[in-house]
Write a protein that binds this ligand. Sequence first.
Ligand code: SF4
Ligand code: SF4
Length: 55
Amino acid sequence: MPAKVDEGCCVACGMCAEECPVGAITIESVAVVNEDECIECGHCVEVCPNDCITL
Ligand code: SF4
Ligand code: SF4
């Protein structure tokens, strides 16, 4: 499954987008994952300071 962001948790800090190796995350009002680009590496899950992302 592609990475999934808990929109009620995300504070749009951008750390996940900076760490994504394929640029699959954009920051709008919250982080948004392009599911077609996500390679399910888990880096965003590891770096999110609020644990807002799951795979
Ligand atoms: S799991 Fe990896 S490829 Fe997918 S959005 Fe997170 S950092 Fe990017
Ligand atoms: S690292 Fe977490 S809190 Fe920060 S933008 Fe990504 S999902 Fe949101």
